[in-house]
Ligand binder design. Structure first.
Ligand code: THU
Length: 138
């Protein structure tokens, strides 16, 4: 029963990321990304990528979602992240996004990568970034 509830949560999280992806602003790459965070209190925060004519000022969907969640609620704890892209193989977060995740995710946090065709891959955060640079090193 618990497993089925978890499964429903993951389907809902992917659906939220897919809906966020529709709002992506991607006049340069046309590569739309949606991200959804499941927070400890059950809330879901979404983000999409927002591109910029300078290219370098583009912000990825994952970072939009994380910064939104933490700026709205400094206590927000991330329990899972879903990312939806259009790529043939579901895309992993870029290295900048992984570094921001390292600040707010636990090693075991599930990162669910899905594509618009329904393929999905689930990783623990530490599989995607095994040796993070974190505050414990400072
Ligand atoms: N992008 C994301 O939104 N997340 C990632 O982790 C990788 C890349 C976006 C940035 C840019 O708008 C487009 O995908 C192509 O790089």
């Amino acid at each position: 029963m618990k497993k089925m509830e978890e499964q429903i949560d993951i389907d809902q999280l992917i659906a939220a990321a897919a809906a966020a992806r529709e709002k992506a602003y991607t006049p340069y790459s046309d590569f739309k990304v949606g991200a959804a965070l499941l927070l400890a209190d059950g809330a879901v925060t979404e983000g999409c990528n927002i591109e910029n004519a300078s290219y370098g000022a583009t912000v990825c969907a994952e970072r939009v979602a994380i910064l939104k969640a933490r700026s709205e609620n400094p206590e927000a704890q991330i329990r899972a992240i879903a990312v939806v892209t259009q790529s043939e193989s579901p895309s992993p977060p870029c290295a900048l996004c992984l570094q921001v995740m390292a600040e707010f995710c636990a090693p075991e946090t599930p990162i669910i990568l899905a594509n618009t065709g329904g393929k999905r891959l689930t990783y623990r955060f530490d599989e995607l970034l095994p040796h993070p640079f974190t505050k414990s090193l400072l």
